[in-house]
Design a protein around this ligand. Structure first.
Ligand code: AMP
Ligand code: MN
Ligand code: MN
Ligand code: MN
Length: 289
């Protein structure tokens, strides 16, 4: 098995809320020295064939990827799937159902923003949407920046789009058990994305990791664009404690908005099991084909 060090297993294209095409992301990953790449669009595998084909043409090893929105303990948690069969019917049906509520939610967000004095946000957000089934808060954030309401998307999230703020609409996503099983029965592995982002209490976090393990989850993102150096260390400890493999991914969305570019994070430390070792037979590597 080839060894991969610079793996980047988390990013988004225009198929969800990124601003680059799968082909442009593949080229950027390659140019930045990525050796193993996965495109992980939210709740959608529609970009997987394009990503795999582009990676193949560049001599870049590829794993299929997705990032599923889950509701757990009253919050939204993201579960990354890697190395699954993207044609799997049950996975595709689960993702379709998970995407289903986004249109209605976007309309409600727009009504709430209108009451806060921001008119026509739904139409405005739509201009930024690449995939009509995948309208997300990110598209609203881009509209609010374009219209001068906020300076950058971070400020939009802080002032308008997070819990308790005027444009936030609570939403019911997939169940943790379902998301893990859709990925697993499609021969992939499930990974908890950016655990430091959720703001869970110690008890809630323990419940998330134990239930995730019990449902068959195998990995956790340790090195991600969403973690500080201290958080990387902390979740390396959590990976050891729960016997989970470790993942690494930038969560890159856009050259203008993302702080962490593809392939630029610190490497995983040597004692952790990299998630790709668990799915090595699923890696599409032009060098070994
Ligand atoms: P949604 O799936 O519609 O709830 O949108 C979630 C997306 O919003 C995430 O995947 C991020 O891309 C983006 N996001 C969430 N929080 C922030 C934040 N504080 N700053 C910038 N983008 C954010
Ligand atoms: Mn996103
Ligand atoms: Mn996420
Ligand atoms: Mn992401």
């Amino acid at each position: 098995m080839p060894t991969y060090r610079n793996a980047d297993l988390h990013c988004h294209s225009v198929v969800s809320d990124g601003t680059l095409t799968p082909e442009a992301l593949a080229a950027r990953a390659k140019a930045n020295g990525v050796e193993l790449w996965a495109l992980t669009d939210h709740d959608e595998v529609g970009g997987q064939q394009r990503a795999a084909t582009a990676a193949q043409a560049l001599g870049l090893a590829y794993l299929t990827g997705v990032e599923i929105s889950v509701s757990f303990a009253g919050k939204t948690v993201h579960i990354v799937g890697l190395g699954f069969d993207a044609q799997d019917a049950r996975l595709q049906a689960g993702l379709l159902a998970t995407r289903g509520g986004r249109g209605q939610r976007a309309m409600e967000m727009s009504e709430q923003l209108a009451r806060a004095g921001i008119a026509d946000a739904y139409q405005g957000a739509l201009k930024f949407v690449g995939n009509p089934e995948l309208i997300s808060r990110t598209h609203f954030a881009r509209f609010l920046v374009e219209s001068g309401v906020c300076r950058d998307t971070n400020e939009v999230f802080r002032k308008y789009l997070t819990e308790g703020k005027p444009g936030f609409v609570a939403h019911r996503w997939a169940a943790l058990k379902d998301a893990v099983s859709w990925i697993t029965q499609a021969r992939g592995i499930a990974v908890i994305a950016h655990p430091a982002r959720y703001g869970f209490s110690a008890n809630e976090e323990y419940a998330l990791f134990s239930e995730f393990k019990a449902h068959g989850g195998r990995g956790v993102e340790v090195v991600t664009g969403s973690h500080s150096a201290a958080e990387c260390l902390r979740y390396a400890g959590t990976a050891r404690e729960f016997g989970l493999a470790a993942s690494r991914g930038s969560d890159f969305h856009s050259p203008e908005e993302s702080r962490t570019d593809l392939g630029t994070l610190p490497l995983l430390t040597g004692d952790l099991t990299p998630v790709w070792e668990l799915v090595h037979e699923r890696i599409q590597d032009p060098a070994t084909a």
